[in-house]
Structure formats: C-alpha cells, structure tokens
Design a protein around this ligand. Sequence first.
Ligand code: ADP
Ligand code: MG
Length: 338
Amino acid sequence: MSTPNEPAKPSASAGSAAASLSQVTIATPAEHDGDEPSEDTISSRGRKAKRAKETKQQELEKDGIGPTGRPYREIPDPPPLDRHGPALVMAMCNQKGGVGKTTSTINLGAALAECGRRVLLVDFDPQGALSVGLGIQPHELDQTVYNVIMERSVSITDVIRKTRVDGVDLLPSNIDLSAAEVQLVAEVGREHTLLRVLRPVMNDYDYVLVDCQPSLGLLTVNALTAADGVIIPLECEFFSLRGVALLIDTIEKVQERLNPKLDITGILATMYDPRTLHSKEVMARVVEAFGDTVFDTVINRTVRFPETTVAGEPITTWAPKSAGAAAYRALAREVIAR
Ligand SMILES: Nc1ncnc2c1ncn2[C@@H]1O[C@H](COP(=O)(O)OP(=O)(O)O)[C@@H](O)[C@H]1O
Ligand SMILES: [Mg+2]
C-alpha cells in the first residue's frame, strides 16, 4: 500500500492487492443506500453543501483530475478496422449481484459498436437480464445458450440473434441455463465448454462480452476459461470491497490451471456518487489497492440506467447525450487501448 504522500502505484500482483483489501476500513458509513434523494428531501443547507461539493469536483475536472483522484490518461483514438476478428473475449465478472455487470455489458458493447467494432454479447446468467435489457423476453425463446452448450446438434449461429443496435449481436439465455451448472459437472472438459462453442464465430467479432451470473460457480469458471480478460464492475460501496479478494483468488486459480492467458483488463467503479464522501473514500481505497488497473472512467449512479432496462436498449441510443452514455463511450476507448 502506498503512503498518503505517494501517488498510488499498481500493486505487484492482484493477490497482494486482494490481501490488502481485507485490511480496508472506511470511516464514513454510506450516506444513502439507494437512489439519489429527491430535491424536496434535501434541506437548503444540504443543497448548498451539495452545490459546493459539485463545484469542487468540477474544478478538479478542469485540472484534468478524474474521480479516481488521478489525472486522466491520454487515450488514443480507436484505430479504424479494415477487417473483423479474431475476437477478444471479456468476462464481466463479480460474484456480487447488482454491481452493474449487465448494465456495463450492454452499454460497453453498444459503445464498442459505435467505434466500428463487431460485438457479441453472451448472456451467461440464467436470470436473462442481459436479454431483457436488449428488449428480448427470455421465457419466449425456444433456444438459448443452454441448448448451444448442452446439445451438440445445436449450432451457435442458429441461436445468435441481431439486436436493435447496429453491430451488436446477442446469444440469449433464460432460466434453462440454471440446469447447465449441474449437468456440466459430469461432462469431460466441463470448464472449456463455453470456449469450445464460441470457436466457430470468433472470426466474426472483435469483442465477445460475457455477462456472468453473480456466483463463482462452474458457469463463471467457464467464462473465465474462455476469456482473454476480465472486467470487474465494482460498486462504490464499502461491502463491495470485501468480496473482491475471493474473486481475484478464483481468477488466479483459473489462470494457473485452465487459462494462462487470462488477465484482469480493468476494474470499473460503478454507482459512484460524487456528492458523498463515502463514494470518494471507497474510490481512493480501490485505486490504492489496484493502481492503474482501475479504469479512469467511472460510472455515476443515476436513475437513467434503470430507465434503459425498461426501454430495452442501451443508454447510448436511449439517451445518447447523457453523461452515462459519454461514460460508456470513454470506457470503450479505454478497453480498445488496453
Ligand atoms: N450507474 C448506475 N446507476 C444507477 N443504477 C444502476 C447503475 N448501473 C446499474 N444500475 C441499476 O442497478 C441494478 C443492477 O444493475 P445490473 O447491471 O443488473 O447489475 P448486475 O448485473 O451486477 O447484477 C439494475 O436495476 C440497474 O438498472
Ligand atoms: Mg446481471
């Protein structure tokens, strides 16, 4: 860990970063536990304090200091592509639910597509939230990723569907997938199943983003075995730090035993609230522990994201000028540059 006077350095290994996280303590409790307080619940004193904090953040932004407390890194423009593939596979992974995995999969995918990348989104959660977020009713599907991984006669190309977003395709899922966790246990090469079924389409895409379920079970291990990189969405809230050590331990085991090329692409801070000291403190601890692995892009907490789920489309098309859309575009540039 760096001392307060030193700039945060990237940790020697993710393992040591994870170990240091178990010592993390946060002074301030969360100032609120859900959505933004509505204007009429904020007293006038509160409003003044809120404005002062916002102004301070704006001043920092003018000096090029981002919410991570570091200067923004120079990110080159994404180079245009004259051909597509082979795809980089990214697992969006965190065994905690509600941290923004699905939201980030949809919106990063859409933003990568805006950069001219061909993207396949894989719904690898039996809840099917990724499919719903793209306007598809999972219970109405005849065939899903479940059929592709369990039935040799079903080809992935039969089940992949186009979405309303240009350049973004979906391999949907529904509750059937929950049976796969149990059924796969008896299979030969059970951890490599997803990797095997993705192979025929790898040259059609530039990125395959796998939206993992909130557990570290066999489905998630399959996603990590197929992946080149892991993106860890991390909610800016104290308890979210606790589980990360276990997640990194799992990633390291998969790296050693199943997939030596696996790498942590980046840690994405989500649900950040610039008005709370708590968010800032969590952010500072995350940067201290993981250094440059933390993306400069930070996703603020805003009701616009739940709204997009209802709309069944990414924020980049639903509210293209919003701060949330801009954030996921910035993330796409960082991911392409890494
Ligand atoms: N930045 C954000 N601000 C506010 N709400 C968000 C944000 N990102 C996601 N949400 C909402 O939080 C809930 C959980 O997000 P989701 O992406 O489904 O998490 P996960 O896939 O990790 O369970 C959803 O209702 C989603 O709309
Ligand atoms: Mg999800």
